[in-house]
Every structure is written in structure tokens, then in C-alpha cells.
Design a protein around this ligand. Structure first.
Ligand code: PRX
Length: 629
């Protein structure tokens, strides 16, 4: 466990909410709402839970048997009842739930009433195949509405879904199917990626060949003419649903009944099956979506994630549907067919809330500001960022490009946390690069390895001090691995991230603890050095690693992608080093800089520094099943 981390980055810009943002906000005064919520977190969470519908009430809000939590003890519920029935019973039945746009611009619009019927048909079809409460289904679909329908249909009858991102290879898919012991796999013939056709069915065939638990495979055939099915195990999606009834009552489930398993990669070893449950997860995703994005009935909410990741689970599917929102979801990449893709969709559908990632922002930055300028983005009200620290340079660019005065919610959370934990609300003054403050009901801190709170500006471990409803309940079939999250630092949930708090209590995430670089006794987070690198006008993206060094412990090596049109030269390298010197000081200046065309990233867009490091040091690359290319 490293000792304290040095903080070098100083960011002094502050953005206050506009009068318009203030006037609209659900939470006007964060400070007092926060104080009240943590004075009585159980009271806070139970008030939130009462905004949703339960079949039977709880006898106790929380049962905390460290490190095991049960929330809403004794209650029964079903998350899909709150996502669907609650709206389909009211005027919202004809409200648009999902606007889907395919990579080829095909459009599908699905109302709450229609979504309710499709999910019920699919739930009935699952029952017809003999699936029952507690069974596992692997969903390996591209970003199409059927992916959402399948997830909700499983949840409707208490079947546990395991969505696997459709970019994973056959061995990665197989290991996830096998760990979950899935009986059914739902897939498609193909997916599309920047115009390329991806043969998903072939991947599934290989994976299923090694997965004896799978008894059936449902195939959504998108291509015409449809490719023939290849055996009695296989069923066509449309044939599967066509005779099913559009009503299927939601199963009344214990609040602690598992909703899904989502595999997330550890730095080493086999992927971890993070388990979330119906009750607490529903409460957490519902209220964070509502307050963080200040969601209103007439918003058009666009989250660019894929439901293959937790952001898609919580903030495309469950959170927005729980709120009865209109969700825009689009297949494809931000720069295909051109870098105006997302800005174009925002203009076309009048998007008011736009939730994206720092990686995508930096990609779009590379193409310059002329792209967003071509479009009318005036409908945007709130912006969001998730997945990595957003460096101030990218923050400023995003802020400018998307209209100039719209607040950016830099939301920090994890697959394991289920919902957003550290985040501004729209009325909180913003500092570019800081995820700001804990969400209501969340007690967070920055501590040393013994669990002592650190003073302002001292870097240490980000921890959560009390359980919260949407926290993971376990790692599937691996409770010991679950416990490590709660016993690395006594009595705290440890996220594995390093962070510091400033004088105002704002939290600044500095990277993963595993990636910390130690130079001459100083411990540096990767995010700060990378942020200083990309603040250079020629640099589009950067990743840094530590290399063993006889004298100083470790030296810093940087890998850099230049902006379009920039050319490598010794003078440029020197000026990049000067920039880091200016921003952070001598200690953080990389001793080596390599200009590279791309960086190894996970399929969800995170830079894999350990791969860069292993390659640099000529070591084994370890598990690279999650690598994008
Ligand atoms: O290191 C943090 C980073 O992403 C990790 C969680 O990754 P994952 O489980 O894939 O979930 C991604 C979507 C929630 C965290 O441990 N991270 C996520 N959001 C932020 C972030 N780092 C800094 N700032 C953020 N806003």
C-alpha cells in the first residue's frame, strides 16, 4: 500500500451556475441538503425509496453486517415495475421512452406503452423456454433496442442478466458465460463498427461450443436475407416473441434478489462478476439520475455509453426509465461517418442532457471546434462526463464546444458502486477537473492506508465510509474477493483510486492506486501528469508510466498522441516537457516521451497503463482480453 500521494495540479477556475440552471434545479441548496442527508442517511434513502413503488414495504432500511449489507429488508419489489408499469399506467404510456438511431441512421422510436409490451412478450418467451427466477442469461448484443428489452425481460421474472459487451472476443465471452453458468445466450447475427460488419454470431458459436450450460441461443437477425440458423439450439428472435402475450406480471421479488451480474476486469486475474440487486440499485440509480442531471419530463437525455458497461446499465436503461425519461441511444462511434456525429444527433433530436466520456471528448478535440460549431446545440441544458478523470483542458473544451455556459457533471463512480457517488449537482459551483462533492447520503473521504483522514490537498485513497443502497452485494461466486473492497482500509469501502480534497472539500481524482509513479520519493498520480501533457496545444492524448530508475526509484515515461496536423520534432518534445515543468514542476517532467499513433485502451475507453508498462519493460502482458485493439 503506497503512502501519501503528492498533489501538484493547481486549478483555480470556478464556474457558478447560471440563473436559469438555478431556477430549474431539483436541489437548490446542495450544502444543506447534503448535511441533512448524512445526519440521517437511512432516513434520506428511505424517503427516496418511497418515491418508487413496492409490493410490500420494508421492515428495516438497512441491515449492516460488515461488510455485508441488506437494504430495504423484507420488502418486495421489481425494478421493471418501476421502469415500465408505473409509466404505462399513466399518461406516459404514449411518451417516447427510447429513440434509437442505428449506425446507418435507421431510426426506431419506442413509447413506454410499446416498451412495456415488448418486454412482457420477451419475458413470456423466457418463461416458455423454462427459465425461472435465479437462472442466468448472457446477453451479447450490439447496441440495439432488443438489448434493453432483453435485460428488462429477464429482470421482470427474476432471471439474472449478464450483459457482455459485444466487442469481446470468444474466449472472453466464454469465460463470462461459464462463470455465470448461463442457460441461454441472446445475440445478433452482426454488429456494426465504423461501417465494418462484425460477425457476432461466429463469436457466440465459438464461445457456446465450450459452454455446456447453454441450452438455447436466441439470434436477432439484422441482415437481409437472414443467414440460416445453424442448429436446433437456435431460435430467431422474432419467431421467439411473435405469439407471446403482451402482458406478463412483474415477479414480486425480495428487494435483495439479484438483478444482474456485470463482469469487470481487475488489473490481473479473472474478471469479477459484480452483483447488483433489485431494491437498492433501483433507489440509487433513480435518484442520482433525477438529481445529477436535473431530469425533467420534457428532457431528451442522450447517454453515449453501451449497455454492455455499467454506465449503460445505470444511465441508459435503469436510471432514466425509472424516471420516465425520453432516452436517445445511438449505435456507433463519435467520429463515424464524421466527427460531427454526436453534435448532429443533438441538433436533430433536441437533446437537453448529454452524458459522455473524457476519452470521447479528447477524440473530438483532435478534430477541432469547427465540428460542433456547425450544429445548433442550444437545446443542451446539462452535460455529463464519466469513466476517467477529465483533465481541465478537455473540460474547458467540452464546456465551450457544447454551448459555453452549460454545467458539466463530472460523475465519479464504478461498476461496483452501481450509481454515481461523487458528483456535482447542477447548482454546485464547478472547478474544471474536479468531480466536486459526494452525492446526498454518501459519506466520502480521502485517507491514508490506516484510514486516517488526510488534510486538504494531501493525496490518498478515496473511500466511502458507510454502505449505500446501490453498492454491489458480492462478487459472484467469490465472496472473499468482495471482502477485499471493505477490508483493505478498515471499515471503509476502498475504490482503488487516489484522490485529494481541496480546501473547499472538492475531490480531485488522480488515477488508480496501482498506477502511482514514485519519483525521488514523490508519489504522483498519473492523471495529473497526463493532464499537464494534454494542456500543451499540440497534444491530443497522453499516458504515463513509471520505469525503474537506479537513482530516483522511478522515472516517468510518456506516450503521446499528437493533434491532427502536428509533426514530431525535438523542439516540440522540449516544449511539451516545458509545459509540464510550468504546470507541475520539475519532479513531474517525463524523462522520455514517445509519440505514438494510438494507446492501448479497454473497450470502454480507459487507457491500460499496465500494458504500456509491461511492453516497455519486456514483461508478460497479462490478461488483455479487455483490450480494444
Ligand atoms: O478510476 C475510476 C474511474 O473509473 C473507475 C471505474 O471504472 P468502471 O467500473 O469501468 O466504471 C466506469 C463507469 C462508472 C473508477 O475507479 N472513473 C470513473 N469515473 C471517474 C473516474 N475517475 C475520475 N473521475 C471520474 N468522473
Amino acid at each position: 500500500m503506497p503512502e501519501n500521494i503528492d498533489t501538484l495540479l493547481k486549478e483555480s477556475r470556478l464556474y457558478r451556475p447560471s440563473a436559469q440552471t438555478m431556477a430549474a434545479a431539483h436541489i437548490q441548496d446542495y450544502e444543506s441538503a447534503y448535511k441533512k442527508s448524512i445526519a440521517d442517511p437511512e432516513g434520506f434513502w428511505s424517503d427516496v425509496a418511497k418515491e418508487l413503488e413496492w409490493f410490500t414495504p420494508w421492515s428495516k432500511v438497512l441491515e449492516w453486517n460488515y461488510p455485508w449489507a441488506k437494504w430495504f429488508v423484507g420488502a418486495t419489489c421489481n425494478i421493471t415495475y418501476n421502469c415500465l408499469d408505473r409509466h404505462a399506467k399513466t399518461w406516459r404510456k404514449n411518451k417516447v421512452a427510447i429513440i434509437w438511431v442505428g449506425e446507418n441512421d435507421q431510426e426506431r422510436v419506442i413509447t413506454y406503452g410499446e416498451l412495456y409490451r415488448q418486454v412482457n412478450r420477451c419475458a413470456n418467451a423466457l418463461k416458455r423456454l423454462g427459465l425461472i427466477k435465479g437462472d442466468r442469461v448472457t446477453i451479447y448484443l450490439p447496441k440495439v433496442p432488443e438489448q434493453i428489452v432483453a435485460m428488462l425481460a429477464c429482470a421482470r421474472i427474476g432471471v439474472i442478466h449478464s450483459v457482455v459487451y459485444s466487442g469481446f472476443s470468444a474466449p472472453a465471452l466464454a469465460s463470462r458465460i461459464q462463470d455465470a453458468e448461463a442457460k441461454l445466450v441472446i445475440t445478433a447475427d452482426v454488429g456494426f463498427d465504423r461501417g465494418k460488419v462484425l460477425n457476432l454470431k461466429q463469436v457466440v458459436d465459438q464461445a457456446v461450443a465450450n459452454s455446456p450450460t447453454v441450452v438455447r441461443v436466441v439470434v436477432l437477425r439484422r441482415q437481409t436475407p437472414a443467414a440460416p440458423l445453424s442448429g436446433p439450439k437456435e431460435i430467431d428472435w422474432h419467431d421467439w416473441l411473435k405469439d407471446e402475450k403482451a402482458v406478463c406480471e412483474a415477479e414480486q421479488l425480495d428487494a435483495e434478489h439479484p438483478l444482474y451480474i456485470l463482469y469487470t476486469s481487475g488489473t490481473t486475474g479473472k474478471p469479477k462478476g459484480v452483483v447488483h440487486v433489485h431494491g437498492g440499485y433501483m433507489v440509487g440509480t433513480y435518484i442520482t439520475t433525477k438529481y445529477v442531471f436535473d431530469l425533467k419530463e420534457d428532457d431528451v437525455y442522450f447517454c453515449v455509453a453501451d449497455p454492455g458497461w455499467v454506465t449503460g446499465h445505470s444511465y441508459i436503461v435503469y436510471g432514466p426509465l425509472l424516471n420516465g425519461a425520453t432516452i436517445l441511444t445511438a449505435e456507433g462511434k463519435p467520429d463515424y461517418p464524421n466527427p460531427g456525429r454526436w453534435w448532429n444527433l443533438i441538433e436533430r433530436y433536441g437533446v437537453s442532457i448529454f452524458y459522455t466520456t473524457p476519452t470521447a471528448i479528447r477524440l473530438l478535440m483532435r478534430y477541432g471546434e469547427d465540428w460542433p460549431k456547425k450544429y445548433d446545440l442550444s437545446t443542451i441544458r446539462i452535460l455529463g462526463s464519466v469513466g476517467e478523470p477529465i483533465n481541465p483542458e478537455a473540460w474547458e473544451w467540452f464546456h465551450r464546444a457544447a454551448g459555453g455556459d452549460k454545467p458539466i457533471m463530472d460523475t465519479w463512480w464504478q461498476t461496483e458502486t452501481g450509481s454515481i457517488l461523487i458528483t456535482p449537482l447542477p447548482t454546485v459551483p464547478l472547478k474544471p477537473g474536479s468531480a466536486t462533492r459526494p452525492f446526498l447520503g454518501i459519506e466520502a473521504d480521502v485517507v491514508d492506508s490506516a484510514g486516517n483522514s488526510l488534510p486538504a490537498n494531501a493525496g490518498g485513497f478515496a473511500v466511502i465510509k458507510k454502505p449505500w443502497p446501490s453498492m454491489m452485494r458480492t462478487i459472484y461466486k467469490d465472496p472473499e474477493r468482495y471482502k477485499t473492497y471493505w477490508n483493505t482500509i478498515p471499515n471503509c469501502y476502498t475504490a482503488g483510486d487516489i484522490c485529494h480534497k481541496d480546501e473547499d472539500g472538492y475531490m480531485w481524482f488522480m488515477g488508480r492506486a496501482d498506477d502511482v509513479i514514485k519519483v525521488a520519493g514523490n508519489r504522483l498520480g498519473t492523471a495529473e501528469v497526463e493532464s499537464a501533457l494534454v494542456s500543451h496545444h499540440s497534444v491530443a492524448e497522453a499516458a504515463v508510466i513509471g520505469k525503474p530508475h537506479k537513482l530516483v526509484g522511478e522515472s516517468i515515461k510518456a506516450f503521446i498522441i499528437l493533434k491532427q496536423g502536428e509533426v514530431e520534432s525535438p523542439a516540440l518534445i522540449q516544449s511539451i516537457k516545458d509545459q509540464v515543468l510550468h504546470e507541475l514542476g520539475k519532479i513531474a517532467v517525463p524523462s522520455e516521451i514517445d509519440i505514438v499513433p494510438s494507446l492501448p485502451k479497454t473497450r470502454s475507453g480507459k487507457i491500460m497503463r499496465r500494458v504500456l508498462k509491461a511492453k516497455e519493460l519486456g514483461q508478460d502482458l497479462g490478461d488483455i482480453s479487455t483490450i480494444e485493439d
